[in-house]
Design a protein around this ligand. Structure first.
Ligand code: TMP
Length: 237
């Protein structure tokens, strides 16, 4: 494919990039939320749905959407001692800068719908609200790393901390981040809820303790509503 966006296998054996109808300009959707909200399965299921509607779609995630990101993910999750909070931030930001420059922006410029499992708001929620770093500085660093790129729509899959961690434990091995204290995870969740109230036009909250289908329904309604408005404004004179 042209423009530096490569075809790669989805972990589930599907394509990460699906060709299809291009939008007049790209549309950038991010998934956010505390652990165990099902972002990964829900965001992939949205990608498959949009692909079935014949849209050009790129599904990706942070950390891990690039070769550098995969290394950062391994480093962060396997590191045996507690990382200095700023060191942690700069690792996420290195991944983000590379990810935006080589994957996300080229795809948006080609009219793709880009779906990203975690993005800038994760840094605000985890390193800001969770680890206590100043939000204004993190916002400035996010802007620097992304060249001021902001999501058009952010889906917050909200779940209470105990339920989320229990779910997480039942499906995969816990990483260094999951093992942080309950208080840390509570601050992260409250941080997300606060971020969502500050920019209600960008965020849509879906309760993630509902069934997988109900959560997907909430997500699709929000996405199709925005996409229809976008397509209408593009065709009206
Ligand atoms: P996940 O992709 O399995 O949700 O794991 C990613 C972990 O990394 C999760 O605990 C959130 C954390 N994280 C941050 O702390 N800051 C960030 O900027 C990002 C992207 C993720």
């Amino acid at each position: 494919m042209a423009g530096g966006v490569s075809w790669e296998p989805w972990p589930a054996g599907r394509l990460l990039v699906a060709e299809g109808r291009r939008l007049p300009r790209g549309f950038f959707i991010t998934f956010e939320g505390p652990e165990g909200g099902g972002k990964s399965i829900q965001s992939r299921s949205l990608a498959a749905f949009l692909e079935s509607q014949d849209f050009a779609v790129l599904w990706t995630r942070e950390p891990g959407g690039t070769d550098l990101g995969r290394e950062v993910r391994r480093l962060l999750f396997d590191f045996s001692s507690v990382l200095d909070p700023w060191a942690e931030v700069f690792l996420f930001l290195a991944d983000r800068a590379q990810h935006v420059a080589t994957k996300i922006r080229p795809a948006l410029e080609q009219g793709f719908i880009v779906i990203c499992d975690r993005f800038t708001d994760s840094t605000l929620a985890y390193q800001g609200y969770g680890r206590g770093l100043p939000l204004e500085r993190l916002q400035a660093l996010n802007a620097l790393a992304t060249g001021h790129l902001k999501p058009d729509l952010t889906l917050l899959l909200d779940v209470d901390v105990e339920t989320g961690l229990r779910r997480r434990r039942s499906t995969e091995e816990l990483n260094n981040f999951d093992r942080r204290s309950l208080e840390f995870h509570r601050r992260v969740r409250q941080g997300y809820l606060h971020l969502a109230t500050q920019e209600p036009e960008r965020w849509v909250l879906c309760r993630a303790d509902a069934s997988v289908d109900e959560v997907q329904q909430c997500i699709r309604e929000a996405v199709m509503h925005r996409l229809q408005s976008l397509l209408q404004s593009a065709t009206s004179p």
